[in-house]
Design a binder for this molecule. Structure first.
Ligand code: NAP
Length: 294
């Protein structure tokens, strides 16, 4: 069996068209352009690329965006002061602080300082709690992008065996929760999991979020499985590679996502969706008599 490739690029293009249309209608109705502020500390090359892509995404769907660059030695207090300034900025509805942050910065304090209604990454403890309760305000972007890809590819997760390799707070754990809420039977694996290939071979849908290039090999995948590759790894030759050994694994799958052009582009698209939602909610709260925008 040769797996069909689920193109994050194609799905993104279609979702972004809809976001751009909704944003235009929202602006016509309210005079407000959805606005995103991205704060970056230091000049980590990968983070700089992500931030540039977020700015490009905003421009593509007609959003307002601001980038705030702090020096690599910035303190927690400086970053908190920047968040305070952005909270008061009328043009801004979503605030995103690019992670990871330099060691001297208290990441928890920073994540908690972003008001939950402006937390378009969905990392604030209140938003994480809401997600767990099935009452999410903003879905974290990467897991939301994966669920959207499955939906667009007409892959139902209800009743399926889903195995998530990786348990980070930004990918593995929230994704497992979303799959569970969509009625999958979910197993989460990590570095202490015993006999990992035995577990991954059970998967109807296997999701790799490990951060190790080509970690998932063909012998770890069941014939006909759907494989979602979250990994973004830079090889010595400068090329990007996923966590899945794509060439060897794809022939065994019924569907697979590529790297690049898979989950990564969807992540930014979901950030745009969250930013529009943030703008809609904030304007609605200021004008409770208006009809709902979403
Ligand atoms: P992370 O915080 O480093 O977590 C990696 C997870 O993999 C951990 O839970 C770890 O287990 C597990 N792991 C490591 N070695 C393992 C092994 N030998 N067997 C089984 N599990 C193992 O990484 P992350 O932030 O979730 O990111 C994962 C990958 O996705 C990275 O390549 C990252 O760049 C990429 N990513 C992509 C996007 C996107 O938009 N496409 C977004 C976010 C991240 P322990 O918990 O036991 O240590």
């Amino acid at each position: 069996m040769k797996g069909r490739v689920i193109s994050g690029k194609e799905i993104s293009a279609s979702v972004r068209q809809k976001i751009a249309k909704d944003a235009r209608e929202f602006e016509q109705a309210t005079g407000v352009k959805p606005g995103l502020a991205v704060v970056i500390v230091g000049e980590d090359p990968a983070s700089c690329v992500y931030v540039r892509n977020k700015e490009k995404g905003c421009a593509e769907v007609g959003f307002y965006s601001e980038r705030h660059q702090l020096q690599a030695h910035a303190s927690t207090e400086e970053l908190l002061a920047k968040i305070e300034e952005l909270k008061a900025n009328e043009k801004i509805h979503g605030i995103l602080v690019q992670l990871p942050l330099p060691r001297q910065i208290d990441e928890k304090a920073v994540v908690s300082a972003i008001p939950p209604e402006m937390d378009v990454d969905g990392f604030h403890p209140e938003n994480v709690g809401r997600l767990l309760l099935g009452e999410a305000r903003f879905l974290p972007c990467t897991p939301a992008g994966i669920m959207k890809m499955l939906e667009y590819a007409h892959i139902s997760v209800a009743g399926k065996e889903c195995v998530v390799v990786g348990r980070s707070n930004i990918v593995g754990k929230p994704l497992a929760m979303l799959l569970l809420q969509a009625n999958a039977t979910v197993t989460i694996c990590h570095s202490q999991t015993k006999n990992l290939p035995d577990v991954t071979r059970r998967a109807d849908i296997l999701i790799a979020a490990v951060g190790k290039a080509h970690f998932i090999t063909a012998d770890m995948v069941k014939e006909g499985a759907v494989v979602i590759d979250v990994g973004i790894n830079r090889l010595a030759n400068g090329k990007l590679a996923g966590d899945v050994d794509f060439d060897a694994v794809a022939p065994k799958t019924s569907a697979i996502t590529p790297v690049p052009g898979g989950v990564g582009v969807m992540t930014i698209t979901m950030l745009l969706e969250n930013t529009l939602k943030a703008a809609q909610c904030q304007i609605e709260r200021k004008n409770p008599d208006r009809t709902s925008f979403y």
